[in-house]
Design a protein around this ligand. Structure first.
Ligand code: S3P
Length: 444
């Protein structure tokens, strides 16, 4: 969805990073704010919405299915919803751009509405597996015609009334969990998702906030049983979206690895299902402090300050992975300049994100002088001990915003800078990334 012309950019060490910044709104919460508001009867108001391309794709799709969505100021949006069951037949294909979250969650919504929708996306999204949502949504009665391998373009025909199911997640995926729950909103009876490994719980929190009847029971084995009563009427809400902890990780890691730096990011969402990156950085010896801790719209929020730190390699327990799934690319950068070895495993999911993030990070990090061993399900990295990376190479971003930003951070602590072949995909999740990093440069 972003401009077709690639824009290369070189990132280098211009000395310490210092200052206080605020990153845009949380991507996951922004998507869900628009979707649930579009299903409530009446007007919802959202502030702090991420105005990145992924979220704008969700807004366009909800409009195409009947919601009235208006931007009233920077990050401020109003939504007039159509009510659960009220989505209408879209006139054309729904263009999801680069956004897996929009695609999978909207497939869930469409599955229990009387309409047929065609989903299309960019080259990266068109390679990503949709079978993980097609399987449960087919059990609920929706019909799918997908491209080979269960990919986009694909067509969904929803069923009314949909069949409520009990579904045990075969992969730890908040997107799959959310797709089933959203479909369950318009299914008679109880839809249950059984979640052996916890993933981000924004859908559960927000469904409750909008008035849906949802219960969570943790059984003796620590497995979560999430049960949603279908057919609820959602009530419009006023939502303040906290800053995205995933976007925050980029300036925080940049500060940690760049000597002399001290950076504060304010208003950051601290939901425990999202903060694995900060716990792992602290385990490496990162100097992180949290202040101004508070709650906003049912989500914990804090300001985070990072000071340059000599990091030490660690072994990341695989069960931490879901709470830092999007942060591994930038975590690998931190590991590349730490003292000693960092071992990661159990990360097969990283191969089916916006790119194969294990392969892309291994190739790019090696090209800029890091010592990386790519395994089937993780990377093993021998750090430089605090020395800058060599740099002086161009790395591929492969239409993946987080790969591009991770190498931009790597360039901060390199001898010869790092060139990313195309930085335009950064606009999918963090349109102000380059401006924020620039604003932190003391040399400005
Ligand atoms: C997301 C869930 C995660 C994450 C993605 C956003 C969400 O994907 O990688 O960026 O908003 O539910 P999976 O649930 O597929 O791991």
């Amino acid at each position: 969805m972003h401009s077709a012309d690639p824009r290369p950019a070189t990132f280098r060490n211009n000395g310490p990073l210092r200052g206080t910044v605020r990153v845009p709104g949380d991507k996951s919460i922004s998507h869900r704010s628009l979707m649930l508001s579009a299903l409530a009867v009446g007007e919802s108001r959202i502030t702090g919405l991420l105005e990145g391309e992924d979220v704008l794709a969700t807004a366009a799709a909800m409009r195409a299915m009947g919601a009235t969505i208006e931007r009233t100021g920077e990050g401020c949006w109003t939504v007039h919803g159509v009510g659960v069951g009220g989505l209408m037949q879209p006139a054309g294909a729904l263009d999801m751009g680069n956004s897996g979250t929009s695609t999978r969650l909207l497939m869930g919504l469409v599955a229990s509405h009387r309409l047929t929708a065609t989903f299309i996306g960019d080259a990266s999204l068109s390679k990503r597996p949709m079978g993980r949502v097609i399987d449960p949504l087919s059990l609920m009665g929706a019909e799918f015609t997908a491209s080979p391998g269960g990919t986009l373009p694909l067509m969904v025909r929803g069923l009314v009334p949909a069949i409520p199911i009990s579904y045990r997640l075969p992969v730890a995926s908040a997107q799959v969990k959310s797709a089933v729950l959203l479909a369950g909103l318009n299914a008679p009876g109880i839809t249950e998702v059984i979640e052996p490994i916890p993933t981000r719980d924004h859908s559960e929190r927000m469904l409750r906030g909008f008035g849906a009847e949802l219960s969570i029971e943790v059984d003796a084995d620590g497995v979560r049983h999430i049960r949603l009563v279908g057919g609820a009427e959602l009530r419009p809400q006023t939502i303040e979206v906290p800053g995205d902890p995933s976007s925050t990780a980029f300036p925080i890691v940049a500060a940690l690895i760049t000597p002399g730096s001290e950076v504060t990011v304010t208003h950051v969402g601290m939901n425990p299902t999202r903060t694995g990156i900060y716990k792992m950085l602290e385990a490496m010896g990162a100097d992180l402090t949290y202040s101004n801790e508070r709650e906003i719209g049912g989500e914990p929020v804090a300001d985070i300050t990072a000071r340059h730190s000599v990091l030490r390699g660690i072994e990341v327990p695989p069960d931490v992975a879901p709470s830092m799934i999007d942060e591994f690319p930038v975590f690998f950068v931190a590991a590349s300049v730490a003292q000693g070895r960092t071992i990661t495993s159990g990360l097969d999911e990283l191969r089916v994100k916006e790119s194969d993030r294990l392969a892309l990070m291994a190739t790019g990090l090696k090209a800029i002088g890091a010592n990386v061993d790519e395994r089937e399900d993780g990377l093993v990295i021998e750090g430089t001990g605090g020395e800058p990376l060599e740099g002086g190479a161009t790395v591929a971003g492969a239409l993946d915003h987080r790969i591009a930003m991770s190498f931009a951070v790597a360039g901060q602590h390199s001898y010869h800078g790092v060139t990313v072949d195309d930085v335009t995909p950064i606009a999918t999740s963090f349109p102000t990334f380059e401006a924020i990093i620039d604003s932190l440069k003391v040399s400005n």
